[in-house]
Every structure is written in C-alpha cells, then in structure tokens.
Design a protein around this ligand. Structure first.
Ligand code: SAH
Length: 194
C-alpha cells in the first residue's frame, strides 16, 4: 500500500458513491413529496457534507494548498481505510436498494410512503447513516492530512446529530404504533448483539 494507491481507493469510493446514488436521485425526482421537514440547518449540513467529503479532499489531492497539514502515511491505516470504504459502499448500496422509492436526500415523506423493515432495516434503523460514518472514517484513514482527512467526519457528525432526532420524530408522527414497535426491535446504527 502506498499513498498514491490510498488516494486512488478514495477516488474509487467517491465515483462508486455517485454511481450508486444516481438512479435513486432520478427516481426520487419523479415521486411526489407529501410532507417536507427540511430546515436551513439541514440544507447547510448537506452543503457542508459535499464540501467536507468531496471538495476539500479532492482539492488536497489535486493542489498543494493543504500540504502544510500532512502527516506521515501509514500503510496499516490505509488498509483499515480500505476496509471501511468497502463497508461504506456495502451499507450505502443496500440501504438505497431496500429504501427504494421511500428514499429522500432530506427529511421528506413521499406519496404512499411505506415503513421499510426488511433487509438491512430489519436490524438497524439508519444503515445509510452507518455508511456515512464509515465513509468519514475511511477518508480519515486514507488521507494523511489533518484538514482533508477530518472534514468528512466533522460534516457527517453535524448532519447526523442535527438530523437524527428530527427524522425519528417525523417517522413516529407518520407511522405511529408501527414505528414504536419497529424501534423496540432495532437500534440506530449498529445491530443489537443480544
Ligand atoms: N435514516 C435512514 C434513511 C436516510 S434517507 C438511513 O440512515 O438508512 C432519509 C429519508 O428516509 C427520510 O426522509 C425518511 O423519509 C426515509 N426513511 C428513513 N427510515 C425509513 C424507513 N425505515 N422506511 C421508510 N422510509 C424511511
């Protein structure tokens, strides 16, 4: 493992992320929204995610501006980053596949919205956010730079902590007892072991 290979793995992750999301984004455009809970904080968090997860690391790989914040490359960390990136893509792919037409980039309820409880949603309520945390961790492990490596995880933290309670409240209001039952059987990000 070299620094160049680690950078290429990060780029492959970004390309795969865009390719997985693309068809769902166009499907979402065609599915009517009946309730919209997005806010300015939410929109800002999404903009910050694009900057922190894509633009800053890309700028670092293509220009020398952030080189002053580099630290020594570790092959071991880069291997762990690769595992984390694979985990990100697996969770990201299956959460899209199982949410299907119920997915939205923000907090929205769609026409004929169903509470998805199968596939990866049988075990956890927020596999897409699990995938985002893994994405942020992989960026940190693959890019040895105190700025370009950490802006991803910082933006994920902002998005996750500003959104999670609002999203669960929205789902609770929409699905009532069905959601209460679902919450007793699942945890948020990682399956209950017992
Ligand atoms: N928090 C989920 C989904 C993220 S996408 C995850 O991390 O996997 C956000 C949208 O998904 C929300 O606007 C909500 O409408 C929808 N959503 C979240 N959980 C859902 C579920 N179990 N079934 C159906 N739609 C869900």
């Amino acid at each position: 493992m070299t620094l160049d290979i680690a950078s290429i793995i990060w780029v492959i992750g970004i390309v795969a992320w865009a390719a997985i999301r693309r068809p769902y984004r166009s499907k979402a455009k065609r599915t009517k929204v009946i309730a919209d809970k997005k806010s300015t904080t939410e929109n800002l968090a999404l903009v910050f995610c694009t900057i922190g997860l894509v633009i800053i690391p890309l700028a670092h790989l293509l220009t020398p501006v952030l080189r002053f914040a580099n630290y020594e490359f570790s092959p071991l960390l880069a291997y762990l980053g690769t595992i984390s990136m694979i985990g990100f893509l697996i969770f990201f792919y299956f959460s899209h596949k199982h949410l299907a037409r119920n997915w939205s980039v923000t907090l929205e309820i769609r026409e004929d919205h169903k509470l998805v409880q199968h596939g990866v949603y049988k075990y956890i309520r927020h596999p897409m956010y699990t995938s985002f945390w893994l994405w942020g961790i992989s960026q940190f492990l693959l890019i040895p730079n105190w700025i370009a490596g950490t802006t991803g995880i910082a933006s994920i933290a902002w998005l996750y902590f500003s959104r999670i309670d609002k999203e669960e409240a929205m789902m609770q209001a929409q699905f009532n007892d069905e959601y209460t039952q679902y919450c007793t059987k699942t945890s948020r990000l990682w399956p209950k072991l017992f």
